[in-house]
Design a binder for this molecule. Structure first.
Ligand code: GLA
Length: 344
């Protein structure tokens, strides 16, 4: 029996394909080096005792009865609750959580937290690990049902499937995940903080999701995946713009895969810019602080820059050429390995 286990789950950056996951569309994210580590030690008394080291806070609940809570506690209790619902026999444990992903910054600290807690609880309970798509769905239920953010599967799949030097082309209709070489030579991908924090539960994220559902019901389809631009343009405002973003963003994902295949960095940059314009003008998820961050990237010579993640603040991702100028606060992001149990 394992009485001790350590799990690590990375955050993610998304190269392109934003707000497409809950529309059965396409995206091209990658796991990053930064992530959340959870150390779990089995406890005999049927409780889960958690210490969130970075915020210096604790939580304690009965393993068989995780009651609702707010903030980071919702993720830990949700992890226990969803594992119980999935039939896992959880043991009591002491959890120590530490992380290196900036929170509320569009780098998916939430998915890193969920995935790491779930993997650590499974390992310390000696329970078999479900396949990665099942795990991604379980983790996304934590966010949907315990945290109140109606997010899709982008972040969880990225964290679980990450591979060094690879982006992941995810098809959210078939749930096929295809690694795509992301070797940029002297070019760099960086993220820049807009300085504006966001939470999905509190921002316009759920509203955008509801608008897409309304667009589908007006058009009589299950998802926006096969909707044409001509059909989208018939929708009332703002649904027409929302659908236009999703349709064109899916096209940009495959155009980006093709550009990477040809090592065509100028085209990749152009696609990032086009994605940003669509997120700003059609999806309305940019803010003044984000626009300023994009502007700073362009001034430094970025070939392309766009808002990343749920929007309404958070981070911008930019593609910098070898001769880029100084870009204050830029954090290089490189594709790294996916979530794993590192010790048991
Ligand atoms: C957040 C959500 C994801 C996805 C992105 C937008 O990161 O967690 O599911 O919808 O926003 O692409």
């Amino acid at each position: 029996m394992s009485s001790y286990a350590v799990a690590f789950a990375p955050g993610r950056a998304n190269l392109i394909g934003e707000h497409t996951d809950y529309n059965q569309g396409l995206a091209l994210p990658f796991a990053i080096g930064e992530g959340v580590t959870v150390r779990a030690t089995a406890l005999g008394d049927g409780r889960i005792e958690t210490l969130a080291v970075d915020v210096g806070e604790r939580d304690s609940f009965e393993v068989d009865d995780p009651e609702r809570a707010e903030g980071w506690r919702a993720f830990v209790r949700g992890a226990a609750g969803e594992l119980l619902d999935a039939g896992v026999e959880l043991r009591g444990a002491e959890l120590e959580i530490t992380g290196t992903v900036p929170r509320g910054a569009g780098l998916s600290s939430s998915a890193a937290l969920e995935v790491a807690v779930v993997l650590a609880l499974l390992a310390v309970s000696d329970a078999p690990t479900p396949d990665r798509i099942e795990l991604a769905k379980l983790c996304s239920r934590i966010e949907n049902d315990w945290v109140g953010a109606q997010t899709g599967l982008l972040d969880q799949i990225s964290s679980l499937y990450g591979e060094r030097d690879r982006a992941l082309r995810i098809d959210f209709r078939s749930l096929e995940v295809r690694p795509v070489a992301l070797e940029l030579g002297e070019f760099r991908l960086v993220t820049v903080d807009s300085g504006e924090k966001h939470t999905h539960a509190g921002s316009g994220y759920n509203e955008r999701r509801a608008e897409c559902a309304r667009a589908c019901s007006e058009l009589g389809v299950d998802s926006l995946r096969d909707v044409t631009l001509a059909a989208a343009d018939e929708l009332p405002a703002p649904l027409s713009k929302r659908a236009r973003h999703v349709i064109t963003e899916n096209e940009r994902v495959d155009a980006a895969v093709a550009a990477l295949g040809r090592a065509d960095m100028a085209e990749l940059g152009r696609l990032l810019d086009a994605s940003h314009a669509s997120l700003r003008d059609c999806y309305d998820v940019s803010t003044r602080a984000v626009e300023e961050a994009v502007h700073r990237c362009k001034l430094a010579g970025a070939l392309g820059a766009r808002i990343m993640g749920g929007g309404f603040g958070g981070h911008v991702i930019a593609l910098l050429p070898p001769d880029a100028g100084q870009l204050e606060g830029a954090l290089e992001v490189r594709p790294g390995d996916g979530a794993r149990v590192t010790e048991r």
